[in-house]
Design a protein around this ligand. Structure first.
Ligand SMILES: CC(C)(COP(=O)(O)OP(=O)(O)OC[C@H]1O[C@@H](n2cnc3c(N)ncnc32)[C@H](O)[C@@H]1OP(=O)(O)O)[C@@H](O)C(=O)NCCC(=O)NCCS
Length: 162
């Protein structure tokens, strides 16, 4: 059980079979950030390509009482990347999602702490992630947990002629 004053939240390790739930959480993340975008078919390809025992998952289960069915309300998917400056491997956050009714209670913080423990167990000394500029909630979360920006990802786009 997570160290939480009033609600019964349980942290558990996910499995490589949890593809459908991971896909749902990835879709919810992108739908929330980009409501104008409707096609997220590419996300299942990403999961097929990268989900393995080397890219662990954790879920937070919510069970208010024994009569109520439990619900998975938050998730974290981690992997690794290579720092292009020094060649060192680092832990990379692929996905973090908390269902809206369960936010601002420290669940994302607890998941990232779990992720950091895994990264340290791998012998890596850094973790990183990509966050969209418009995602102020997530940027605040990462700032609070000690992450700081290291680069800007820049795009230029144009309309394609028919
Ligand atoms: C971003 C997200 C994961 C945060 O989850 P959470 O469980 O609410 O986060 P926590 O409760 O651990 O918050 C820790 C700190 O982050 C910051 N924070 C979190 N949500 C915030 C918000 N909506 N507005 C401003 N700051 C926020 C605060 O500093 C907060 O500390 P405080 O509550 O003591 O002020 C959640 O809003 C979410 O799932 N969003 C949609 C998916 C997403 O954007 N994922 C990140 C992709 S990079």
């Amino acid at each position: 059980m997570l160290n939480h004053s009033s609600h019964p939240y349980y942290l558990k390790q996910g499995k490589t079979q949890d593809k459908a739930r991971l896909l749902k959480f990835m879709e919810l993340t992108y739908e929330e950030l980009f409501p104008e975008q409707s096609n997220f078919e590419h996300l299942s390809t990403t999961i097929e390509q990268y989900l393995s025992s080397k890219t662990p998952l954790w879920w937070i289960e919510y069970q208010p009482n024994h009569e109520t069915k439990s619900d998975i309300v938050a998730g974290l998917w981690m992997g690794t990347g290579v720092d292009q400056v020094n060649g060192d491997r680092y832990g990379h956050i692929f996905l973090i999602y908390v269902k809206p009714n369960h936010r601002r209670q420290g669940l994302a913080t607890a998941l990232i702490q779990q992720g950091q423990q895994w990264v340290q167990e791998q012998g890596y000394h850094q973790m990183g992630l990509q966050v969209f500029e418009r995602n102020q909630a997530a940027r605040n979360l990462y700032n609070k947990l000690g992450f700081s920006p290291q680069s800007y990802l820049m795009f230029k786009s144009w309309d394609m002629k028919e």
